[in-house]
Write a protein that binds this ligand. Structure first.
Ligand code: SAH
Length: 393
């Protein structure tokens, strides 16, 4: 089936951006079924791309390919082999047994996220197109990785926009226990693939946890939005003087405590605190508390650019308070995973937070997502995670 693109709206496709908005498509005589493969045709009648159709989403079509090739099991096998080859090239398995194997659009597979945890894969399908091909993809994953067990975590809100209900459970093989431990830079982490955030763990922060951990030696560390303790565990393993970990999720903090214990780390140097970071930072300020290192890794405040202004205020608020709580020479490791706030804007926000806190600060390192979360040059939205390591002057 063909979808004709409105005059002028083919430009983004010619730049190989994979999304086609509903407003860019000429009215249809007959609507394709959900997830069906359609051809995108330029106003002059030429072939632009082959895509999946999403009847209810504003992103009405997502491109599988810009060349005239069949979309079938062989096509997906080639994509998955390429994704596996990328991870082998970047040697991610050199320091972990858990990494992202398929990163959506950046691996040419819109709607699919697949994370590899030890000998289990966790798959997330978020679009009509990925839902259409899910069983085929699951078969190929088993064939190409040799991993028998796939758990599905398709329980994200964005599925609603595609008219899809949440689905979780075993997709292939048997998964006797959804909680098990993975390894990251010689440290162990208990994760729960059924109940944890995302697919169980924030794999995108692996390299940053390692780097920030190295800087934590002999410091009093405050880890805000700590989840199951990623940064805290690395800091303790690197002989931080003390670590205070804050999160609003009691379940995450319970796993953090387990993670301290399975790594034989000194529990007497660590404190978990359940609560709201925005309130606790104010409380610490009022109590005149201070730290040598503060980590801010909040959830996504701005999923899209439309939320950027409100998100900017929230980022500025916590970073300003963090600058106030830092001692002279203290380190701020601050992150944003908001697609709607790009790296340049994020740096501006942090600069204005330092200004309003009345402090000098210097960036000593720029951080981003690990190489197992690659970015297609044609899909800059794929570069969502940014971080700065700043020293308070
Ligand atoms: N740094 C972590 C990932 C952080 S994810 C890692 O490396 O694993 C963001 C965390 O922020 C989640 O655990 C969530 O429970 C927590 N969170 C969200 N809003 C919060 C708030 N207002 N106060 C405290 N924690 C919050």
């Amino acid at each position: 089936m063909n979808l004709t693109i409105k005059p002028g709206r083919e430009k983004s496709l010619l730049r190989r951006h994979p999304w086609v908005f509903a407003s860019a498509i000429q009215p249809l005589d007959k609507e394709p079924a959900s997830g069906l493969t359609v051809d995108l045709i330029a106003p002059n009648g030429s072939f632009l791309a082959r895509a999946s159709y999403s009847p209810t989403s504003q992103i009405r079509a997502r491109v599988w390919t810009f060349i005239n090739e069949s979309i079938d099991k062989d096509f997906f096998r080639r994509k998955i082999r390429a994704a596996i080859a990328f991870r082998q090239m970047s040697k991610v398995e050199g320091h972990t047994n858990s990494y992202r194997l398929i990163h959506g659009e950046s691996d040419g597979l819109p709607g699919f996220v697949v994370d590899h945890y030890n000998d289990t894969l966790v798959l997330q399908s978020t679009t009509a197109g990925s839902e259409f091909w899910k069983e085929t993809i699951a078969d190929i994953l088993v064939e190409e990785t040799g991993i028998q067990n796939i758990y599905e975590r398709s329980d994200v809100d964005v599925r609603e926009l595609e008219g899809l209900k949440p689905i979780t459970g075993v997709l292939r093989g048997t998964i006797p226990d959804s909680q098990f431990s993975i390894t990251e830079y010689n440290l162990k982490f208990n994760i729960n693939i059924a109940t944890g955030h995302k697919t169980g763990f924030y794999l995108d922060q692996r390299e940053n946890r390692h780097r920030v951990g190295e800087l934590a030696k002999d410091r009093d560390v405050l880890n805000c939005f700590c989840y199951t303790g990623g940064f805290s565990i690395h800091a303790l393993a690197n002989d931080a003087k003390s670590v205070l970990s804050v999160d609003s999720s009691g379940d995450a903090l319970a796993l953090l405590e387990e993670n301290i214990s399975i790594n034989n780390l000194p529990a007497d140097r660590h404190t978990s605190l359940e609560g709201d970071v925005f309130q606790l930072l104010r409380k610490f300020r009022d109590e005149n508390r201070s730290f040598d290192m503060i980590i801010l890794d909040p959830p996504k405040f701005a999923p899209t650019a439309a939320h950027a202004e409100k998100a900017s205020r929230a980022y500025k608020d916590i970073n300003l308070l963090a600058f106030k709580l830092l001692r002279h020479g203290g380190i701020l490791a601050t992150f944003s995973c908001s697609g709607g706030v790009d790296a340049a804007l994020f740096q501006k926000i942090i600069a204005s937070a330092a200004l309003d806190a009345g402090t000098e600060a210097t960036i000593i390192e720029y951080m981003s997502q690990g190489s197992d979360h690659p970015v297609s040059l044609h899909f800059p939205e794929g570069a969502y995670l940014k971080g700065l390591i700043c020293v308070k002057g």
